[in-house]
Design a protein around this ligand. Structure first.
Ligand code: AHR
Length: 500
């Protein structure tokens, strides 16, 4: 019998609203994310709407993607928006120097991006170019996108088929300017940020939400300098944290481990790294608190997720990896952390939506497969816009060798229907966990659940077996008046709904 763990949920203590933005995604011109993953072109045999594949759109709509960040990533820092507007046949071909030196045809550009966001129901988030761009280019892109005035750029947008402004709200000033975006020092970037943001003008009634390039992992100095020098000029500060064994991320030949072939040691070590998200968010937030005690500036975790070696036989620069129960656990641990810090984390974007890194969806020709990570986003979607509840979790450790991590992670919220939703995961691949959930401040009238579990750590979906890992009804629930007892299967993610 597994040790008893306990989760107290104070249903009458609401802490913050869980911003829908936490359930955001990232799509870069990298490998087969944009081309193949989203864009197949109007003449393609793959069913599409205006060139965007229909199966992917329909699947994404079901998990309610809150935000879509585009066009990069590193790619954004060499992207010039004029290349991607106007008649497609006349768009220039460029070299994507970051991702394999392949030819970028620019068939997918600004108009196609907004069309995609509209189709999937996500708020567009554009990342601007600081390193090889200019404040003027930033200013003009925003005028083109959002302008209502009778200007030459607005007239051009209209000639290109869009009468009304696109209504962009989220705009990033650069990407990883400490790395692929210019290798800058924080002092230098802080000044550039102030300069660029000054020309990132709002048009129309909706003010722009400006996001500064924030730290990588535990670079607390970057956060300190940015907050000290530029906090009044920003609405969000981006944090990038990938769950992987090696930290550089830029040397693609570095050994990274396989996405699907790994021993328990790698399962354990990776989940331990996912757990670091808690410390990173807490410590970056503490620095932000000193300059912004009102918590006006959001921490925007706009690149996160697992990063393994590519699938054998695929282009190492395309970052195509499979996705197993281990990825599902990383997603659940990370989303629980973001929920629990909803008073500071108000947006996040997992990298990347289709065919790249920790994807929701993999495609092969006209076929598509949903990953375990997709199903976690589905389970967690009930938290979007709900009120975060105060909780206290005490749990056993999952021990491996001389080391240990908490066996469970959780978060809880209450939505409009007044039902309380808990998302809990059991990180231990070898043993189930009994959990007692006590509901305080409300009565529990009925309990139900959904579970994502599999018999093997590396269980995953393939094009030939697309339903190996999928959610099922969760029945291991014993209900009492103020509490429920549940038995979480090994390596599982569970959503419990308590009707109050
Ligand atoms: O997501 C892949 C790359 O990882 C992005 O382009 C970059 O921002 C990060 O280093």
């Amino acid at each position: 019998m597994a040790a008893l763990n306990r989760l107290v949920v104070n249903a009458d203590r609401e802490i913050a609203t869980i911003d829908r933005g936490i359930y955001g995604h990232f799509a870069e011109h990298l490998g087969r994310c944009i081309y193949d993953g989203f864009w197949v072109g109007e003449g393609s045999p793959v069913p599409n709407a205006r060139g965007i594949r229909t199966d992917v759109v329909e699947a994404l709509r079901r998990i309610r993607p809150a935000v879509l960040r585009w066009p990069g990533g590193c790619f954004a820092e060499e992207y010039h928006w004029r290349d991607g507007v106007g008649p497609r046949a006349q768009r220039p071909r460029r070299v994507n120097t970051f991702w394999g030196g392949v030819v970028e045809t620019n068939q997918f550009g600004t108009h196609e991006f907004f069309d995609l966001c509209e189709l999937i129901g996500a708020e567009p988030y554009i990342c601007g170019n600081v390193s090889t761009g200019s404040p003027q280019e930033t200013q003009e892109w925003l005028e083109y996108v959002n302008g209502e005035e009778e200007s030459e750029l607005v007239a051009w947008r209209r000639r290109n088929g869009r009468e009304r402004p696109f209504g962009l709200r989220y705009f990033g000033i650069g990407n990883e300017n400490w790395g692929c975006g210019g290798r800058m020092r924080p002092e230098y970037y802080a000044d550039l940020y102030r300069r660029f943001q000054n020309h990132a003008k709002s048009h129309g009634p909706r003010p722009l939400f400006k996001i500064a390039c924030g730290p990588r992992n535990d670079d607390y100095r970057w956060t300190e300098v940015l907050m000290r020098e530029a906090a009044p000029y920003m609405d969000g500060l981006a944090l990038h944290y990938y769950t992987r064994f090696f930290s550089s991320g830029e040397n693609l030949t570095e050994p990274r481990g396989s996405a699907t072939e790994f021993p328990e040691d790698e399962w354990f070590r990776l989940l331990k790294r996912a757990g670091l998200t808690e410390e990173l968010v807490r410590r970056h937030s503490a620095i932000m608190d000193r300059y912004d005690p009102e918590r006006r500036v959001a921490l925007v975790v706009d690149e996160w997720g697992t990063w393994f070696g590519v699938e054998p036989g695929t282009n190492p620069h395309f970052l195509y990896q499979q996705n197993t129960m281990r990825d599902a656990l990383v997603a659940a641990i990370s989303l629980n952390v973001f929920n629990n810090h909803a008073d500071r984390v108000r947006m996040a974007a997992i990298a990347q939506t289709v065919n790249v890194l920790q994807a929701m969806i993999l495609t092969e020709g006209a076929r598509m497969v949903l990953t375990p990570t997709y199903h976690v986003f589905d389970l967690f979607s009930v938290h979007q816009g709900a009120r975060l509840l105060d909780t206290a979790l005490t749990c056993a450790d999952y021990r491996f060798g001389d080391d240990s991590i908490p066996a469970l992670s959780s978060s809880a919220s209450r939505g409009r229907s007044r039902a309380v939703n808990l998302t809990v995961c059991n990180t231990n691949p070898g043993s189930p966990a009994s959990l007692e959930c006590e509901l305080r401040g409300a009565r529990c009238r009925a309990a139900s659940g959904v579970v994502l579990a599999a018999p093997a750590m590396n269980a995953h979906n393939t094009f030939d077996s697309p339903e190996r890992v999928r959610p099922a009804r969760f029945t291991a629930i014993r209900q009492r008046e103020q509490a429920v007892e549940v038995e979480l299967p090994p390596m599982s993610v569970v959503r419990l709904t308590l009707e109050s």
